[in-house]
Design a protein around this ligand. Structure first.
Ligand code: ADP
Ligand code: MG
Length: 148
């Protein structure tokens, strides 16, 4: 697929399956945004940039694209872990996302520890990859422009 893939979607409530308790909250993108933009992408884990709409900052992110159990696994779910510590939740806000590369396919995990370890690794991969000049430049794209 042609990267960057740009998506804007509102942040909706997920199942609260413990992302936050594990220290890895994932902002679940509204189903319409995922269906419109990500329907042809393979499931798995991606890296890129994310911004809460209206705020200036653009943060690194890892995104998991999977099957949404709420829709009997007929539709995709997009969950973005922004690599930054926020003071507050941002449910209901619009998240702007630039997807830049595929990291890996989904895996089934035997333990929570194995899952967390893999995500830590994804975060490291994202940091290193996003340091590339070509990826840094994407932070300047129109999607992330603010009025001020
Ligand atoms: P849910 O099942 O509702 O998605 P999570 O445990 O995955 O619950 O927490 C996700 C929520 O946490 C997001 O919708 C957002 O409001 C908040 N949040 C706080 N910090 C982050 C972050 N760094 N990345 C993603 N979401 C975050
Ligand atoms: Mg979530």
């Amino acid at each position: 697929p042609p990267y960057p893939i740009l998506v804007s979607g509102s942040v909706v409530k997920g199942f609260g399956r413990g992302g936050k308790q594990l220290g890895i909250p994932t902002a679940n993108l509204a189903e319409d945004a995922v269906e419109r933009t990500l329907r042809d992408l393979p499931v798995g884990v991606y890296l890129g940039w994310a911004q809460i709409s209206g705020q200036r900052a653009v943060w690194p992110m890892v995104m998991s694209l999977g099957w949404n159990p709420y829709f009997q696994n007929e539709r995709r779910s997009g969950e973005v872990h922004v690599i930054h510590t926020f003071d507050e939740d941002f449910y209901g806000r619009t998240l702007n996302v630039a997807i830049l590369a595929y990291i890996r396919p989904e895996r089934n995990y035997e333990s929570l520890e194995a899952l967390v370890e893999d995500i830590r690794c994804d975060i490291e991969v994202a940091h290193r990859s996003l340091a590339r000049e070509a990826y840094q430049k994407v932070k300047q794209c129109d999607l992330f422009k603010t009025d001020d």
